[in-house]
Ligand binder design. Structure first.
Ligand code: NAD
Length: 320
C-alpha cells in the first residue's frame, strides 16, 4: 500500500474534477482547490453528474456515492487545501507561467514530506521542478479524460525525481485503479498526447481551412469503429485546454496553422461561452450529440447528391 492517503487537487476544472472524484471513489481523502469559487461550484455540479455516470457505467451503489462525497472537501484557500496533503496533483491551466506561480505559492505551505505531481498534457516536469522547491519529490502523473473508462495514467520523472517518489506515486496510481504507463525519458505530450495533439490539430486544420465540416471529419474517424471522433474529443477535453495547447505550441514552434487553429477555437467557441461538453455546447450540443444519433454514419438518400455537389463546387467556382 502507498503512503499516499490524503490527496489535494489544484484546479477544479475538467480533469482536476475527475481526478478528485475518482480518487475519492477509490477511498482517498481529497481536498479540491481552485482559485475561483465559480469553478468550485461547477466542479460540485460535475461531481453530481459523475455520481450518475459511476452508478450506470461503473456499477457504483448509492452508498458508494455517499461515501465518495464524504471524502471530498472543496475550497479556495491554498494553505488550508494543502495543509495535510500526502500528494498534490496540479491540474491548473496548460499555461507555463500559471503553473509556475501556483508551485511557487504552494512551496512554502506544504508539509515537508508531501509529494507533488503535474497533470500537464504537454509540458515537461523539469520546467517546474525548481518552482516546487522539492524537485526530488516531483514528477508528472498524467491522467486521461473520462478517467473512469480511460483508466491509465502516464508517469514521467524529470532527472531529479527520486526513486521513492516514483514508487509512491505509481503505487497510488495502481490503488486508484489506473494502468500505469511508465515513460523512459521526458517527452512533451507524453505517450498519448504525442499522437492525440497532432491528430486533433490535423482535424482542426481541415475545419479552420474550410475543407470539410467537423461532422464529416468525424465520420471518417468513427467509421473505423471508434466511439468518439476528433471533434467529440475536442469537446470532451474542453475548448480552454485545446486553445491553451494550440496557442503555446503554435508560438513555440512558429507554426502559423496551429496559431490559426487556436484563433478559430477562440472566436467560434471561447468568445461565445461555449466551452465544450462541460457547458453542453462545443462542436456538438449535449446531451445527445449528433454523432451518437442513429443515422449519423448511414448511407444517405440519393436525393442529397445535388447538395453535396454544391458544397464541393462553391469554393472552387468562387476562386475560378
Ligand atoms: P480547465 O480549464 O477545465 O480547468 C482549469 C482550472 O484551474 C479552472 O477551474 C481554473 O479556475 C483553475 N485555475 C486557474 N488558475 C488557477 C490557479 N492559479 N490556482 C488554482 N486554480 C486555478 O482545464 P483542464 O482541462 O482541467 O486542464 C487542467 C490541466 O490538466 C492542464 O494542464 C491540462 O493540459 C491537463 N489535462 C487536461 C485534459 C483534458 O482532457 N481536459 C486531459 C489531461 C490533462
Amino acid at each position: 500500500m502507498s503512503s499516499l492517503e490524503r490527496l489535494t487537487v489544484l484546479g477544479a476544472g475538467v480533469l482536476g474534477g475527475q481526478i478528485a472524484w475518482h480518487s475519492a471513489f477509490k477511498g482517498k481523502t481529497v481536498a479540491v482547490y481552485d482559485i475561483a469559487q465559480d469553478a468550485i461550484d461547477r466542479c460540485r455540479a460535475a461531481h453530481e453528474q459523475y455520481a450518475a455516470i459511476y452508478r450506470s457505467e461503473v456499477g457504483a451503489s448509492d452508498a458508494d456515492m455517499t461515501a465518495t462525497r464524504q471524502r471530498l472537501t472543496y475550497g479556495t484557500d491554498l494553505a488550508t487545501a494543502v495543509a495535510e496533503a500526502d500528494l498534490v496533483i496540479e491540474a491548473v491551466p496548460e499555461i507555463p507561467h500559471v503553473k509556475t506561480a501556483v508551485y511557487e505559492e504552494m512551496a512554502g505551505l506544504l508539509p515537508k514530506d508531501t509529494l507533488v505531481a503535474t497533470n500537464s498534457s504537454t509540458l515537461l516536469p523539469r520546467d517546474f521542478a525548481s518552482a516546487t522547491g522539492r524537485p526530488d519529490k516531483f514528477c508528472a502523473l498524467h491522467f486521461a479524460n473520462m478517467i473512469w473508462a480511460m483508466n491509465y495514467t502516464e508517469v514521467m520523472p524529470h532527472p531529479r525525481t527520486s526513486r521513492e517518489t516514483l514508487t509512491a506515486v505509481t503505487e497510488f496510481a495502481v490503488e486508484i485503479g489506473m494502468v500505469p504507463i511508465p515513460l523512459r525519458k521526458e517527452q512533451n505530450g507524453y505517450v498519448a498526447n504525442s499522437w492525440v495533439v497532432p491528430l486533433l490539430n490535423a482535424a482542426q486544420t481541415l475545419v479552420t481551412n474550410g475543407v470539410a465540416t467537423h461532422e464529416d471529419v468525424d465520420r471518417t474517424y468513427l467509421l473505423t469503429g471508434a466511439k468518439v471522433g476528433p471533434f467529440g474529443m475536442i469537446d470532451m477535453i474542453g475548448m480552454e485546454t485545446c486553445h491553451n495547447v494550440l496557442t503555446y505550441w503554435g508560438s513555440v514552434r512558429g507554426d502559423a496553422q496551429m496559431n490559426a487553429n487556436a484563433d478559430y477555437i477562440k472566436t467560434h467557441f471561447l468568445d461565445r461561452g461555449f466551452l465544450g461538453l462541460q457547458t453542453g455546447r462545443g462542436y456538438y450540443e449535449y446531451p445527445d450529440p449528433a454523432f451518437e444519433r442513429p443515422g449519423f454514419l448511414a448511407v444517405p438518400d440519393i436525393s442529397v447528391v445535388p447538395d453535396l455537389v454544391t458544397l464541393m463546387t462553391t469554393q472552387t467556382e468562387a476562386l475560378a
